[in-house]
Write a protein that binds this ligand. Structure first.
Ligand SMILES: [Zn+2]
Length: 139
């Protein structure tokens, strides 16, 4: 275990026990308490460290909050060469409830420069249109 973590505001490395970030002077525990968890995760998508972004992507998928849809797509497009992250983002968006936000985010990923990410978004969208098809009662 490392004794370092990242400041949630300026993303510099700080010590675990630092209450005030030595770089941006924010009160870290106070900032964390005042910011809703989803907003903090969405903010972490801008973190320059890929392992921090990955943690946020996984948590946002599990939380299923549609406000994360667009920031997730933005994150994938901001790091166009990070295919592993891009695929994880498609998976996270796929976990979000059916909504225009979810569809909009997947639509944007159709323009992702990485082919595997693009095709994962395409497949998820196809699944989406399928599940939205009205059910025809049998018999
Ligand atoms: Zn800071």
């Amino acid at each position: 275990m490392t004794n370092l973590r990242y400041c949630p505001v300026c993303f510099n490395e700080v010590l675990q026990e630092d209450r005030i970030c030595p770089f941006c002077k924010i009160d870290i525990p106070m900032w964390s308490r005042s910011m809703p968890y989803t907003s903090r995760l969405i903010r972490a998508l801008n973190n320059p460290h890929s392992e921090v972004r990955m943690g946020a992507i996984l948590s946002l998928g599990k939380r299923g909050d549609i406000e994360a849809a667009r920031p997730l797509a933005d994150c994938a497009l901001r790091w166009p060469t990070d295919v592993v992250q891009g695929l994880e983002i498609v998976r996270a968006i796929a976990l979000l409830p059916l909504s225009p936000e979810r569809k909009g985010a997947l639509d944007r990923l159709l323009f992702h420069p990485s082919r595997p990410v693009k095709s994962a978004a395409e497949k998820t969208l196809r699944g989406l249109s399928h599940s939205l098809r009205p059910k025809i009662p049998e018999g």
